[in-house]
Design a protein around this ligand. Structure first.
Ligand code: HAM
Length: 427
């Protein structure tokens, strides 16, 4: 027997009924973004590798070991999008959007990272994210945070917390970097291998180490708070004041440094207590130097991205696995003549109403048809057999209440109208 081909490790098929949850979330995202005045961007699945090397940073995990990079037939190095911020900035620059003033952009779609797959961590995952360009003030930071927060609130998710931090800018970060080096260097032999590797290139990343061996030294490390320059300190104070104005609860976590190199000043994460090890639902921050480093003007920006898979895991944990509400009508024809009667009625329902209509074309017993109706999650069954044909009255069965009523078999339009009325049309 030929061996079965399965989906690549770390990827997932999205199949019913789960796909309905995604559609519901995507619809909420589009509506929410619209209310905040954000417009959608879609960029190619692959980009020049150079974009991520320069944008995300050479010493990041993403660029060092997680990118899906290939050489195309023209000999160019291409990379599947591991994150959206650099591509969105690239597109905004390419289409001269930034010259037109502040931009508010959002996106929903896949990212690719060659990571070790586990619960909540995939090689192809999906992000909803926003990028707001052109504002130096912390109102914009608070705006993007409140947009993400609103999605969480709309779902009534509990056990979620927002943590914020400031990682300074080009003027104050070197001093903090130096302080960290001085703190960790004397203990270098006792640190994890990963920390030893990172220390010279990116000592800030040691702060978010999860290695037992590092934690003792991380706990006693100096805090950025004591090294921020005056402007960065003011920005952070303004962010806190703006979050208070918007009544968004947060805590300060000086260990947040984020895994991408483009951040300046504000960084933040939202995590959930139901996710286990991969608990970060959403992460982002300000990146005032990225646009210039990709060849654009000196223009500030701030944004975040939320992991759709993780978000839906949290939604499911908080909702439980309640069955989806029943919807639609199963047309059940017993015999060829009944099929010919019901087909145009189903056609009319599909053309002229919002009611989902299902029909099975095989010759089966009523019981088997009703099982199919259950599988389709239909709320009603419209049943026609020889008796109904003779009396000119179909049976409309409420599959939830298990009650029957009669419906005259008039023209397809009349029957469809009667069905809309009988079912409230809200199926
Ligand atoms: P990030 O922290 O790398 O940030 O990713 C944001 C979120 O995407 C994570 O918190 C997580 O929920 C989800 N995510 C990332 N990788 C995976 C994975 N392998 N499996 C499942 N979920 C994943 C960024 O990507 C930045 N571009 C965010 C940003 C936008 N900063 C400014 N603007």
């Amino acid at each position: 027997m030929a061996s079965k081909i399965t989906a690549p490790r770390g990827t997932q098929d999205l199949i019913p009924p789960h796909s309905a949850r995604w559609q519901e979330l995507e619809a909420k995202i589009h509506a929410l973004a619209r209310r905040f005045g954000y417009a959608e961007v879609r960029t190619p699945l692959f980009e020049a590798t150079e974009l991520f090397v320069r944008g995300v940073g050479e010493t990041t995990d993403i660029v060092e070991k997680e990118m899906y990079t290939f050489t195309d037939k023209g000999g160019r190095s291409m990379t599947l999008r591991p994150e959206w911020t650099a591509p969105v900035v690239r597109a905004a620059l390419e289409h001269q959007m930034l010259a037109r003033g502040p931009q508010r952009l959002y996106y929903v779609g896949p990212i690719f990272r060659y990571e070790r797959p586990q619960k909540g961590r995939y090689r192809q995952s999906h992000q909803f994210g926003v990028e707001c360009t052109g504002y130096r003030g912390a109102e914009a930071d608070a705006e993007v945070i409140s947009l993400g927060w609103e999605l969480i609130r709309a779902y009534g998710i509990e056990g979620v917390s927002l943590r914020i931090n400031s990682i300074g800018d080009a003027s104050c970060r070197p001093r903090y970097r130096q302080a960290l080096l001085e703190h960790f260097r004397p203990n270098i032999a006792q640190l994890s291998e990963e920390a030893q590797r990172r220390i010279e290139r990116n000592p800030l990343r040691l702060l978010d180490s999860k290695e037992e061996r590092d934690l003792r030294f991380v706990a006693s490390a100096p805090h950025f708070e004591d090294f921020l320059c005056e402007e960065c300190r003011e920005h952070f104070a303004s962010l806190r004041a703006n979050l208070d104005l918007l009544e968004i609860p947060y805590s300060i976590d000086w260990r947040i440094v984020r895994g991408l190199d483009y951040y300046t000043r504000t960084v933040f994460e939202v995590s959930s207590n139901v996710l286990g090890a991969q608990s970060t639902l959403c992460g982002g921050g300000r990146y005032d130097d990225l646009i210039a480093s990709l060849g654009g003007p000196n223009m500030p920006a701030v944004g975040f991205a939320l992991g759709i898979e993780r978000f839906l895991m949290v939604v499911e944990a908080s909702r439980g696995s309640a069955a989806a509400p029943r919807a639609g009508i199963q047309a059940i024809a017993l015999g060829a003549q009944a099929r010919a009667t019901l087909l145009p009625i189903v056609g009319e329902l599909r053309r002229a109403t919002e009611i989902p209509a299902f029909m099975d074309y095989e010759e089966r017993k009523l019981l088997a048809h009703l099982k199919i109706a259950d599988r389709n999650g239909a709320r009603f069954a419209l049943i026609v057999g020889s008796e109904e044909l003779a009396s000119g009255q179909a049976v409309l069965r409420d599959l939830e209440g298990r009650t029957d009523r009669r419906l005259p078999l008039l023209s397809p339009k009349d029957v469809a109208d009667a069905l809309v009325e009988a079912t409230g049309g809200s199926l």
